[in-house]
Design a binder for this molecule. Structure first.
Ligand code: FAD
Length: 302
């Protein structure tokens, strides 16, 4: 049995694609390892009509929609996709498909600051559009040390949510213009490197510096390095941009015929709603691709 589409990854991109294809009466299976990027967060924001829901709720509702329309679901890890397509799972299962959508997301590599990993998504955040409103008016630290352009921009940006923001450069050498801009935004600047985050009663309470001084802070923003989970796409030979990220057309089409990518795997800034939209757009393009194959086959067999 050959699927019309195998969708790899059950975040918003993969779920919305699988639902659309199932509703288009395509034979679709969604394979998901079950670790969406925002899973550590208690609540999600910025997704129309789902404000404040838990990531788990969104995920479960998405799965229900796929199943409701006859889409299939497999829990597991895809280890390889071969041309044509043959999709290999860690379990040893092998599936054949006419097309594949890879929606495997990205992983956030946090700066190496003791305490950052433990408080990730509670007191340590990266996205003001996701969680800035919830920490408005609190004493905020922005800590450099990784992802320089993102973090320097973040320091000015986050000032929109609080009048008490300090940028801990933590190894980032600011230009004179950057210092002037941060000063004009009334963002404090501390150049002494950070040694660790301090906690009190399980919450972030401040930043300890290498000279032993302590700076009370309630919330810390960091700039993770965004690493795409794109091994499946790279292995099969998808063309890449100069940045190293897989190149896609606006519909998510890759350079490999019949293979699409959507969501954070090829677009790091994409929020939940953008990822869902990218999945939907890819699914429509996949359906049109399959239709062209169906027509060619029907014509040949007349
Ligand atoms: C802490 C945190 C909080 C966030 N909060 C918000 C928010 O409030 N609002 C917002 O808009 N955005 C938020 N985001 C961003 C949001 O998480 C992403 O925009 C979104 O998850 C991207 O969706 P996706 O479908 O591309 O990938 P993901 O949601 O990461 O889903 C990818 C799925 O693919 C699976 N997978 C990976 N590799 C394989 C494989 N080889 N085989 C099978 N399955 C695989 C993974 O297990 C995962 O289930 C947050 C991010 C973080 C880190």
């Amino acid at each position: 049995m050959t699927y019309d589409t195998v969708v790899v990854g059950g975040g918003p991109a993969g779920l919305s694609a699988a639902t659309l294809l199932a509703r288009a009466r395509r034979r679709v299976v969604l394979i998901d390892a079950g670790h969406p990027r925002n899973a550590p967060a208690d609540h999600l924001h910025g997704f129309l009509s789902r404000d404040g829901a838990s990531p788990q709720e969104l995920h479960e509702e998405g799965i229900r929609e796929v199943l409701r329309y006859g889409g299939e679901l497999l829990q597991g890890n895809v280890t390889r996709v071969d041309g044509g397509f043959t999709v290999h799972l860690e379990s040893g299962s092998v599936l054949d498909s006419r097309s594949v959508l890879v929606a495997t997301g990205l992983r956030d590599e946090l700066p190496d600051i003791p305490g950052a990993r433990e408080h990730w998504s509670s007191g340590v955040l990266h996205c003001p559009y996701c969680h800035g409103y919830e920490v408005r008016d609190r004493p905020i630290a922005v800590i450099g040390g990784s992802n320089r352009p993102f973090t320097v921009h973040q320091a000015s940006l986050i000032r929109q949510w609080s009048s008490d923001v300090i940028f801990f450069t933590n190894g980032i050498e600011l230009t004179e213009d950057e210092r002037i801009a941060l000063d004009a935004r009334s963002v404090g600047i501390v150049d002494v490197p950070v040694s660790r985050l301090l906690t009190q009663d399980g919450s972030v309470a401040g930043v300890e510096l290498t000279d032993g001084s302590l700076v009370p802070r309630a919330v810390v923003f960091v700039g993770p390095t965004f690493v795409p989970n794109d091994a499946l796409l790279i292995r099969i030979g998808c063309a890449r941009l100069d940045s190293g990220w897989v190149a896609t057309e606006p519909t998510g089409r890759t350079s490999v015929d019949g293979l699409w990518a959507a969501g954070n795997v090829s677009d790091s800034p994409a929020q939940l709603i953008n990822s869902a939209a990218a999945g939907s757009r890819a699914a429509i393009d996949i359906n049109h691709y399959l239709l062209a194959l169906d027509i060619a086959l029907a014509v040949r067999s007349r």
